[in-house]
Design a protein around this ligand. Structure first.
Ligand code: GRF
Length: 199
């Protein structure tokens, strides 16, 4: 059974989707053993409600250097095999990327390579999509490497942009129709690869 850690910063709706998927048997190769937040966030309450260990490491308070070493320690102490970034807003330290090469996945709320990279996160992604006037957007799950949103694309799902959409209504639709579906699918895909490797 692959031991999974989920890193969060915000509301935790993607974490909720992962937990519900796992609890309904859609991630048979892995189990979410740990949730780590880089700031106080509602996602931590979601973890607690599902009886999962949740750790807060406040990056802004302790700085990137201490944050990095504490993150590496907590992942190692929990025997974590795979990491999922679910609305995580900190840059992942190179030490974590090195230790979990090809075992870290991230959900981005656009069809990469559109509207991604530095400065594209949260509502800003949907504001840019509306500004450009695209008729189709969506979400992408990709492996994480040193390049922001640069790793191998695993799964994408398209979502229509509707007349009159605001950034908020578009974000909600992309979450409901894409993010919350493809992140659990990708989690199972990579957990299965890791499981098969260790056989
Ligand atoms: C949302 O903008 C989502 O598109 C992105 O991270 C933000 C918060 O997600 N992946 P969550 O509710 O904290 O999972």
């Amino acid at each position: 059974m692959v031991r999974i850690a989920v890193l969060v910063s915000g509301g935790g709706t993607n974490l909720e989707a992962l937990l519900e998927a796992e609890e309904s048997g859609r991630i048979p190769s892995g189990r979410i053993e740990l949730v780590v937040a880089d700031r106080p966030s509602y996602a931590l309450e979601r973890a607690a409600r599902h009886g999962r260990e949740a750790v807060l490491i406040e990056r802004k308070k302790i700085g990137m250097k201490l944050f990095s070493s504490e993150l590496v320690d907590v992942l190692r102490n929990h025997g974590i095999d795979m990491v999922i970034l679910a609305g995580f807003l900190s840059i992942l330290p190179p030490s974590v990327i090195d230790q979990y090469r090809d075992r870290i996945i991230n959900i981005h709320p656009s069809l990469i390579p559109s509207f991604c990279g530095k400065g594209f996160y949260g509502l800003k992604v949907h504001e840019a999509a509306l500004e450009r006037g695209v008729k189709v957007t969506g979400a992408t799950v990709h492996l994480v490497n040193e390049i922001p949103d640069g790793g191998r694309i695993l799964i994408q799902k398209a979502v229509a942009v509707l007349p009159g959409d605001s950034p908020e209504t578009l974000q909600r639709r992309v979450m409901e129709e894409a993010e919350w579906k493809i992140l659990p699918e990708a989690a199972q895909m990579i957990a299965k690869e890791i499981e098969d490797e260790s056989r």
